[in-house]
Design a protein around this ligand. Sequence first.
Ligand code: LMR
Length: 397
Amino acid sequence: MKFDSLSPMPADPILGLMTQYRQDSHPQKIDLGVGVYKDEAGNTPILACVKAAEQHRIDTEETKVYIGPTGSADFNSLISELCFGITHQVIEQNRVRTVSTPGGTGALRVAADFIKRVNPNAVIWVSDPTWANHTGLFEAAGITVKTYPYYDHENKTLKFEEMLACLEQVSSDDVVLLHACCHNPSGMDLTQAQWDQIAVLAKDKGFTPLIDMAYQGFGDGVDADAYGVRKVADTVSNLILCSSCSKNFGLYRERIGACSIVGKDANAADIAFSVLLYVVRCIYSMPPAHGAAIVETILASQELKQQWLDELAVMRNRINGNRQMLVDQLKALGVKRDFSFISNQKGMFSFLGITPDQVAEIQTKHSVYMVDSSRISIAGIGEGNVEYLAKSIADIL
Ligand code: LMR
């Protein structure tokens, strides 16, 4: 084996931008790249509830001994309750099994290897478009990835009828990946009525839904954002849920997420869980513990949980405010193109709807950074830069 036979891989389309942005010395540079929350000053501060929980752990933690492939049992049950709702039938019927994972990406990779064990020929269907890393991640696990229609770039709407028609054809041996809320990259979410239809379709067709919930609380609120997860869990007998605490707890670099499997009954869930644990052991043996410890400390304390919900609401409201602010600013500058769709979308992202050439131009001319597809991270906008941003957009249009 010779390493010099390798060809270089291109930089990751999202993470590569972080490096380019850091190296840019333009005083008005704007980072609309990676999906990270930023305050008005452009910082990503540690939440106060996280600081308090961390201090509590430092004061009370007694060992750093191995935690085991499941991770923390307390975290696992608290995060399942947060996602499914404490009184959900799948919790009450003891049908959910959860492992803590290294971030939401770790949860997806565990899910991918689990799927491969359930059905080595499974195809996973992802939305067109989807998070840039979904395809690579599932292909790396040896799973074939296909797409279903989702976002209409032309009309800034959901291609729901086409999506349904495509999913009608999906085999009962396959998996369909759905974004729980705050669709990444389009910001276009399914309505509750559409979730109801998807849940029934999954049941009728027998495919397994894999729901990726990376932004719970960033759309309409912690419970509202979990509507689809809870509805689908109410309807089907098998479900995989991958969730992340990177964004809603601001724990990005701690790498904490969860992979939950819902089985048709407690016995089936136990068997699936044994496979899940085997998969974990073969990938990274056991997850890091610190992020889980922070989250479980917050969720187990009424006071810290309330503080977290309040801090999450501040992040959510700021992002929603940024959406409207950009739309208003573009209008105020006399930009003819209608950007009002941005204020109707949800979560961290929207497509600006400009061409890759225009994306390159706005970066070189104005030091405004966004993914090639023109996905913008709304959190990077603020009162201090919205005018410069709108002028830069107007210029390249
Ligand atoms: C994003 O889409 O920007 C985030 O999920 C960060 C990442 O890892 O890509």
